[in-house]
Write a protein that binds this ligand. Structure first.
Ligand code: ADP
Ligand code: ZN
Length: 608
């Protein structure tokens, strides 16, 4: 089969999609991109995670004469991609320092003989004189630049090595280039095109909605218990729990293990062998919680991440979307969950204020933080609010975010706003939320008596509401930009925009936070993912078979087959090799390799 790939170039892309990758049809705009690039055109592909960007360069690389070069930021992750391609019968390789000299020699031979179909390299290698010399006389089918946002300083994963790619057009004239990213941020997109000299490339974009991810954001109460309740919905699943600090990563991971949930830490301060061992475990195991800082995630192609939880507020909507976007790459239901409180806002403000960025960048960072607060405090559909930030109109009522699943009431919060603002103003605009609420509730704390705040007319004026409700009011007024958290101690002051509210000229509508219990009772993800009972038990049996086959080869299970493929097998129950070959994800090579084993499991279960 490998031979036949070479005897008949250029091949029909649809045929490659079918016979090599086992997919029945292109998805969305994949076909347009593939035909454009196969025909020799440059392309910029801006699709969300899970849309199927890999096919956009893998299929043309196979269809076109010569080797396809794929630039990817992380050496550690190229290995799995190469392995997955090899399993599909594609001659793929990677060159890096961890590859044995024997294997490198074979790669070099295949390259020279025109047998290599895809070569994965890190950006810094691609521009080495030695690499260019090696490519002398080698036909190059295309150059794909994956995670292209790494070239931009505006993105959140800037990698200086990517800047070296600016000269690619000159180094390899006439070779089609395709840049791919899941970045939704317009500034970063424009920067990618400019930096990579792709201004004449055709740009392919699609909706950035991730309909299979459901979003929920809850107010922090007892974060660990809240996390535990959330993870209870995800028994047997893999997911990521993001924490802001390295210390918190370690504490939370340790605590989860004590609670009987298998968890491993990941952060940049760990010894690198431990870090890569934990990353490896996350890729290979099927039910593991990885507790990490944002150092973890880029280039992770694990398709079956079922949840992403945030224990702290991310830095912006862009970062939140990128991080949560790592869930549900396979298109099956996944959950994004965040737990946050007012202290996070002060913490983020401190990080911005104390950072080294120039003032104009800090201003942008502050406004990005406020935009995220807006999403956290909206009474509307979360998906609508997020997509609106990226300039995409969504009708709302997505049916799967927390606002849509259990709609929140709103109320006229004008009087409450005035009281809260009065408490802030009358105490000199230099106290944090806890003290302000103490004043509103008329609590004679040490701090209150020390500053004589019990003498203020507003003292005790907020007794009609409890602490939690006041917290909610102040959070929402902050999200609206009426109250500003202004320094490391979380001191609150009023903005110019507060004036009309204070004077009774502008009404404010607030969301009524749900009673605590109700906030967490949601349609369980498990139900959404579950198959009918008979199919479910067959799916489990197929999973067991897959785990054994993967383990024997030392590769992650999804390299053998994705969950979506096993689910299709469990539902359709093919009983012959020919029938098995029609399942999406079963290409010719994998049918040969694994057909007998999986068919045995399917036959034992009998036809549908
Ligand atoms: P991205 O890189 O855009 O995040 P991937 O290339 O990892 O997405 O693909 C996401 C998932 O979609 C994978 O499970 C892949 O096998 C599947 N997929 C891609 N294209 C198709 C297709 N045409 N038909 C069926 N499944 C597809
Ligand atoms: Zn919604």
């Amino acid at each position: 089969m490998l031979e036949s790939l070479f005897d008949t170039p250029p091949r029909d892309p649809a045929d490659i999609l079918h016979t090599v990758f086992g997919h029945r049809a292109f998805r969305g705009q994949q076909e347009d991109v593939v035909r454009h690039v196969t025909g020799g055109g440059d392309a910029v592909v801006l699709f969300p995670t899970g849309a199927g960007k890999s096919m956009c360069y893998q299929v043309p690389a196979i269809a076109r004469d010569g080797v396809g070069i794929v630039v990817s930021p992380l050496i550690a992750l190229m290995r799995d991609q190469v392995e997955a391609l090899r399993q599909a019968g594609v001659n793929a390789a990677t060159l890096n320092s961890s590859i044995s000299s024997e294997e490198s020699a074979k790669t070099f031979r295949d390259l020279k003989n025109g047998k290599l179909q895809l070569l994965y390299v890190a950006p810094e290698r691609l521009v080495l004189p030695g690499f260019k010399a090696m490519m002398q006389g080698v036909k190059i089918a295309l150059i794909a630049i994956d995670e292209a946002h790494c070239v931009s300083q505006w993105g959140h994963d800037f990698r200086p090595e990517y800047r070296q790619l600016e000269g690619l057009a000159g180094d390899y004239p006439g070779v089609p280039r395709i840049a791919l990213t899941a970045t939704a941020d317009p500034t970063t997109r424009a920067d990618i095109i400019e930096r990579l000299g792709l201004d004449t490339a055709r740009v392919f974009t699609t909706s950035f909605d991730r309909p299979n991810i459901s979003y929920s954001i809850v107010e922090r109460d007892n974060a660990r218990q809240q996390l535990k309740a959330f993870l209870a919905r995800h028994k047997g699943n893999s997911g990521i729990v993001y924490c802001l600090s390295r210390k918190k990563v370690e504490d939370v991971a340790e605590w989860l293990n004590k609670e009987g949930i298998r968890a491993l830490p990941y952060h940049a301060g760990m010894p690198s062998h431990e870090r890569s061992a934990n990353q490896d475990a996350f890729l290979k195991e099927e039910s593991l919680c990885l507790v990490a800082t944002v150092a973890f995630g880029m280039g992770i192609d694990k398709p079956d991440v079922r949840y992403v939880a945030h224990m702290d507020l991310p830095s912006s909507i862009e970062a939140y979307y990128q991080e949560t976007g790592r869930a549900g790459r396979d298109g099956l239901p996944a959950e994004a969950w965040m737990c946050y409180g007012m202290t996070d806002v002060a913490q983020r403000r401190r990080m911005i204020d104390e950072g080294n960025a120039p003032d104009d960048v800090k201003r942008v960072e502050r406004s990005k933080l406020n935009a995220l607060l807006g999403v956290c405090e909206t009474a509307e559909c979360r998906r609508k609010a997020i997509l609106a930030h990226f300039g995409e109109a969504h009708p709302g009522n997505c049916g799967s975010c927390d606002s849509c699943l259990s709609p929140v009431d709103t109320w006229d919060g004008s009087d409450a706003a005035i009281k809260a603002m009065a408490a802030i103003f009358r105490t000199g605009q230099r106290f944090g939320v806890t003290h302000i609420i103490d004043v509103l509730l008329g609590k004679e704390t040490d701090k209150v008596t020390q500053f004589g705040h019990q003498e203020q007319p507003v003292f005790g004026q907020g007794k009609d509401m409890d602490q939690r409700s006041w917290n909610s009011v102040i959070r929402q007024l902050t999200a609206m930009g009426l109250i500003v958290v202004d320094n490391a101690f979380g001191a609150l002051h009023l903005s110019e925009e507060a004036r009309p509210v204070f004077k009774g000229e502008r009404k404010v509508t607030l969301r009524r936070d749900r009673p605590r219990k109700a906030a967490e009772t949601r349609r369980s993800l498990q139900n959404a993912v579950a198959l009918p009972p008979a199919a479910q038990s067959l799916f489990e049996a197929l999973r067991t078979e897959r785990a054994a086959l993967a383990k024997a080869q030392g590769v992650p299970p999804y390299v053998v087959f994705h969950d979506t493929t096993l689910r299709a097998m469990a539902t359709d129950r093919p009983q012959t090799m020919a029938e098995l070959g029609t399942i999406s994800g079963v290409g010719e090579s994998k049918l040969k390799r694994y057909g007998t084993e999986f068919l045995a499991v399917l036959k034992a279960a009998g036809p549908a």
